[in-house]
Design a protein around this ligand. Structure first.
Ligand code: PMP
Length: 413
């Protein structure tokens, strides 16, 4: 399958080799790499993209949830153009950041006060710094398979070498008996393990974290960078759990660079620069007008609460159809709403170690076979639906999965 792929994509190979002159391995975004070389994408429109060799794909990667609006939503495009027309890099407060923050806070009421960053990584970095400052403690509880950014990544029971130097303790996801003590500054958790395989946190697990964090004075931080798309108010609204701090990113910036952290007023107030005990959080691009304009238009005009319900219902229906196809086979589509991931296992995984039990070769075959059929899913087997994906594309994807299951019966036995 790799050879066929290489044969069909000479221009992507050329791009890859040329880029290696100044980028390590031709890459500036690790998640996009896969052997023998990744595709070079030249253009996108709606839910479709075109690669350097002229192949067309339905994009189901959905920019790992950031691409919720698709590639060319007219409202988003108009908002960005408006911002461009008024000039960029204005060296001051803009008229947009206040209304944008208010729109977010109205949707996610636990974010009483919030601050903007430029990525989810930065949002989580600041949230952890805030929690350690607020509590005067150093330990941070995280979960195996958790991904909170390029310096906050945990798998196989350990953290990445580039991780921030917090005193991390790594626990098992979905274990409601996890131990939380008075030494913890924060519990940092994704309400659905996203990069770790779209594994939903059980209500029992997340409720236990809420209760224990409160009992021991640790701040509960929900990383809703991916899951904020699951309803207007994120997964926390669906569960009725109020974290102390929340981090968001991805689609909420309208497809521009974005992150934000926020939560309890008494915790976030320290960032008020007029206070004598204020802590500083400067940041040249925190209020960049392209993000502020696209994000505000997206939340208020496009991804309304009703649109969120419809998109996630589409995802649920799609997952149900796919799991009907895989019934009796060692394959399962996990996730909630518009976030899906394939696992070549007989049981849906409930934590990262279980997900790691799948044969990685099947995941690669799934990815390459689907590309052949004009469907682009994330290399790790993840799908994030955009608003541009319609019934036709869901049918096309379902048919491609059905064909994969038939073609690769031998490998699945
Ligand atoms: N948290 C979660 C849950 C994520 O999925 C990601 C990105 N995949 C991040 C944080 C980091 O966001 P960014 O890539 O914008 O730094």
């Amino acid at each position: 399958a790799r050879e066929r792929y290489a044969g069909k994509n000479p221009k992507s190979r050329e791009r890859y080799e040329a880029a290696a002159a100044a980028l390590p391995g031709g890459n500036t975004r690790s998640v996009l790499y896969h052997p023998p070389f990744p595709l070079g994408i030249v253009r996108g429109e709606g839910c479709r993209v075109w690669d350097a060799d002229g192949h067309e794909y339905v994009n189901l990667v959905g920019e790992y949830t950031a691409g919720l609006y698709g590639h060319s939503h007219p409202v988003i495009m108009a908002a960005v153009r408006r911002a461009l027309d008024d000039g960029i890099n204005l060296s001051g407060h803009t008229m947009l950041e206040g209304p944008f923050a208010a729109a977010i806070s109205a949707r996610i009421p636990s974010m009483e006060l919030l601050r903007f960053t430029n990525s989810g990584t930065e949002a989580n970095t600041l949230a952890l710094a805030t929690a350690t400052l607020h509590t005067g403690r150093r330990k941070v509880l995280v979960f195996d398979g958790g991904y909170h950014g390029s310096v906050l990544s945990f798998h196989g029971g350990h953290g990445d070498p580039l991780n921030l130097p917090h005193e991390f303790v790594i626990a098992t996801y979905n274990d409601p008996d996890v131990d939380i003590t008075d030494e913890y500054a924060a519990v940092l958790v994704e309400p659905v393990l996203g990069s770790g395989g779209c594994i939903p946190g059980t209500p029992e697990f997340l409720t236990a974290l809420r209760r224990k964090a409160t009992e021991h004075g640790a701040l509960l931080i929900f990383d809703e960078v991916m899951t904020s798309r699951l309803s207007a108010g994120g997964r926390q609204a669906l569960l009725g759990i109020t974290p102390d701090l929340t981090t968001i990113g991805k689609y909420i910036g309208g497809g521009m660079s974005f992150g934000a952290f926020g939560g309890r007023r008494d915790v976030m107030e320290r960032f008020d620069p007029s206070r004598p005990d204020a802590v500083a959080h400067p940041g040249t691009f925190n209020n960049n007008v392209l993000t502020m304009s696209a994000g505000l238009a997206g939340l208020t005009e496009v991804y309304t609460p009703a649109a969120a319900v419809a998109l996630n219902a589409r995802g649920d229906a799609l997952r149900e159809r796919l799991n009907a196809l895989t019934a009796g086979l060692p394959a399962h589509f996990s996730g909630i709403g518009s976030m899906l991931a394939v696992h070549f296992l007989s049981e849906p995984p409930t934590n990262a170690a279980a997900a790691d039990g799948a044969d990685p070769r099947l995941r690669e075959l799934f990815f390459l076979d689907l590309l052949e059929r004009g469907i682009h899913v994330a290399r790790r087997g993840m799908v994030a639906l955009s608003l541009a994906v319609g019934d036709t594309e869901c049918d096309q994807f379902t048919a491609a999965v059905e064909a994969f299951l038939a073609d690769r019966r031998g490998f699945l036995a």
